[in-house]
Design a protein around this ligand. Structure first.
Ligand code: 4NP
Length: 172
């Protein structure tokens, strides 16, 4: 099983949306048995909360249900459990890279760093960051969905080309 973790700041807008879109496309590609996803936040502002109602509504309008997800904060263990840890923007990538510099014993820092990527690396030409929609209007949530759709397709192509389900390394 290949495991992918999406990470934003609050884990209530972008990363749950990415997880929902990605999971739907994985299922549509017939790869639900081979690829799993989760999401988390670098921040601890919304622990245990459902996704933002605007994100839930926007996803639902595209046939994707994310209302049952609950926010949690990323942990060092996440870098052992997941083959890819995908930051939704540059700021969160930086926060994760910084956290990796202070890993406790038992976690291989080089292996963890190799797993850390920007989600939009898989959507060439669309920039490097999924803009934070939290303080903006509905357009921001549509943009998040558009970017997640493009990057999810690119990521699925990448994982398939890499010869899933043996991407190697992550335990469990
Ligand atoms: P997210 O959006 O990182 O996409 O979940 C945000 C959610 C909450 C906050 C910031 C961004 N906040 O500051 O509470």
């Amino acid at each position: 099983m290949i495991k992918v973790l999406f990470v934003c700041l609050g884990n209530i807008c972008r990363s749950p949306t990415a997880r929902g879109v990605f999971e739907a496309r994985v299922r549509a590609a017939g790869l639900g048995h081979a690829i799993a996803a989760d999401s988390a936040g670098t921040g601890d502002y919304h622990l245990g909360e459902s996704p933002d109602t605007r994100a839930v509504r926007a996803a639902r309008a595209r046939g994707i249900e994310i209302g049952h997800y609950r926010a949690r904060q990323v942990t060092p263990e996440d870098f052992r459990r997941h083959h890819l840890v995908l930051a939704m923007d540059r700021a969160n990538h930086r926060a994760l890279a910084h956290a990796l510099a202070h890993l406790g014993p038992g976690i291989d820092g080089d292996a963890a760093r190799a797993r850390l990527r920007l989600f939009l690396e898989f959507a060439p030409g669309l920039g490097e960051s999924v803009p934070d929609p939290y303080y903006g209007g509905p357009d921001g949530f549509e943009r998040v969905l558009d970017l997640c759709e493009a990057a999810s397709d690119g990521l699925i192509r990448h994982l398939a080309a890499d010869g899933y389900p043996s991407a190697g390394g992550a335990s469990g």
